[in-house]
Design a protein around this ligand. Sequence first.
Ligand code: ZN
Length: 882
Amino acid sequence: MSDSQPREVRLKDYVPPTYLVDTVDLHFDLDDARTLVTAALKLRRNPDAATTDPVLTLFGRDLELLSLRLDGRELGEGDYRILGENLSIAGVPDTFSLQIETVIHPRENTSLEGLYTSSGNFCTQCEPEGFRKITWFPDRPDVLARYTVTLVAEYARYPVLLANGNLVEAGKLPDGRHFARWDDPFPKPSYLFALVAGDLVEIADRFTTASGREVALRLYVEARNRAKCEHAMASLKKAMAWDEQVYGLEYDLDIYMIVAVDDFNMGAMENKGLNVFNSKYVLARPETATDADYQGIEGVIGHEYFHNWTGNRVTCRDWFQLSLKEGLTVFRDQQFSADMGSAAVKRIEDVRILRNSQFPEDAGPMAHPVRPASYVEINNFYTATVYNKGAEVIRMYHTLLGPERFRQGLRLYLERHDGQAATTDDFLRAMAEAGGIDLTQFQRWYEQAGTPELQVESAYDAATRTFDLTVRQSCPATPGQPLKEPFHIPLAAGLLGPDGRDLPLRLEGETAPAVAGTRVLELRHATETFRFVDLKERPVPSLLRGFSAPVRLRGDWLQADLALRMAHDSDPFNRWEAGQQLACDLLLRQVTAIGDGREEAFDSSFVAAFRAALNDAESDPALLALALTLPTETYLGEQLEVIDPAAIHQARESLRRHLGEELRDDFFQGYRRCRDAGPYRPEPAAIGRRSLKNLCLAYLMSREDADSLSLCLEQFEAADNMTDVLAALGCLANSTDPRREKALPRFREQWADDPLVLDKWFLLQATSRRPEALDEVRRLMADSAFNIRNPNKVRALIGAFCQGNPARFHAADGEGYRFCADQVLAIDPFNPQVAARLLGALSRWRRYDGARQGLMRKELERILAAEGLSPDCYEIAAKSLA
Ligand code: ZN
């Protein structure tokens, strides 16, 4: 931004709205070039307003204002003022009506906020501030109103007309037009408004709630996708039943609708009664969707459904409270997925996401608290911190209170604030009351950014048979927060005996009999010591079981302790974690060696531990697959003072090849053991077997010998499901075998009409380990299936390269950085949200060596200097360089 710098919005400046809106009656005359919107609002003075000034302020963006009437009187130019996005009318009465006519241009709306078209159909995205692109309105989440909506459109092109709530009237109009009127009885903020109009087919089902109410379930998709809706519908019914069983929460309208669209900035949106989804999270059949897609659909359908209570019935007072609904709802969807499959597998996957995306964010220039204190562009705060760390914060309440009191706390929160716009403080208060505990210090999780670090020292005293665990906590400085106060941290702990079994736990001074298993220790101070008594010999501590807090843990444990825990820890998460730590230590030693110009031989005991795990016929294949997956390059980089992407890549690849070689027979056996007969089923046990089988294949393919190649090609040719086809194609995409050049085009040809499958094809090539990956990405941008206006395509090709291929993105010549900046600048003018996400790839430049720092910095400066840069990109670039 060369001229005016966008302004920062601060939590401490919050003031309640001066006017409230009771009802909104919207009328849309839908035309993709020029849509006429008439809004009739009934307003009244807010008794809790901060000021007595009779000034009404509305927000609007890219609107053509036709007319404005107050209590029926048309306002002239002198009666109101427009300054940027604000329209203010002075001297308004205590209660009044407002009628606003605006014209908007849905077809030209490339930002995918507000009302836009996707594949020719109309849809909306109003969270967080998209409603102001539809009409002038107090577009803030603490203004809740009742909406009625009338849609008028050409029947032939738009036979389906949908909005929030219940359909109250519909019919034909002259000139081939028709209309539908919808009424939503629940007051809602404008960000939950939605409409859809288009040529869609309807998939119908029903659900009977626990109290016996009938709910109509509807999925709307383009006709070509009709056969891909079964899983989404089944997931919805599971989610509805789960929320009743676990939290006693029922759905409240007579109809629940989900619409799938191809052009969508995020995953999905919880608009009241009318969810709009990225088609990626709806459409699936075995030949086109992978196991991960099936699980993603179940998770996101659940997530948006759970928002009906945590987000819609109780919403956010302001956008600083975003985690109030998002952290809580992510936690709920995590619980749901855990209950539908394996809780241990789900927990490990969630922690991997946290460590690979949230920890880096928390250690970079965009670090912010779960409840941010300020923002320039709120769209930049739909982050891993607000969502995933926010979910960890909710999980800590759950750990501290236990499931039953947590449930009571949630019910109390919902009862107390039903129909209101609430804050994270309100949530904490409800939890403290229901739990009967003091959560004053816990509040710091909302206020302090950064990932806390725990440093553990242990001491066993044979004479007194005591074992002391001393835990020191600290938290690194983050932008604007140089010093941190100690957090209230639940530390789930166990002690293992020499045979790997849990020992009875008793703390000094306790009289109750000791019980073997896990105990939650509560940390509150910078340093504290826990003394365990009655221990015949030195135990092996197993701490942070289940990853009980979003922290980094370091301790004085020995390799042998980790090996014991990897084999025996009763906590499956910590079993996995011990193996990851062993692998991490080994890889980081290799990275150092490579930095010094040599390579070390890998420790044979590590290979032996892998072999033992792989051949343990008792263990769950899904957990085994996770255990045998090496830490990601991103995670390894996080552990280093200065990230060396090339050395990390080399070290990890060489360990993969080493394991592939040493355990060749074991991987072949593992592969055959997990091969499934019978038809594809996306169920947990079968998914687990496939993940282990495909992991074996990937290790075998790290060597590219003839046997592995033919196994891979056979799987590619013969598999009846996308999971196996894609796993094989992924291996081929990394290989140098000439058959790669046949397989990739063939796949492209076969799926030419399926955009979601083509996204996978783009992604495989963008994340390929081949040195020429960037050239391929450039070439693929010219493929007729690529479309830079479609966010899924941008993510699959450009995003995947910049954020999922560290070795190539960080090429020493800086070409990756230049490419990234070029794309940011190309995308920003038509879709700032997508551009700003992509720009995140350059934000952590200070973590690299001097040469890379210089190259990344240069690109950030180039972006910051660009004419007409969006506030979205301005904020990321400016904060990165600050
Ligand atoms: Zn959400």
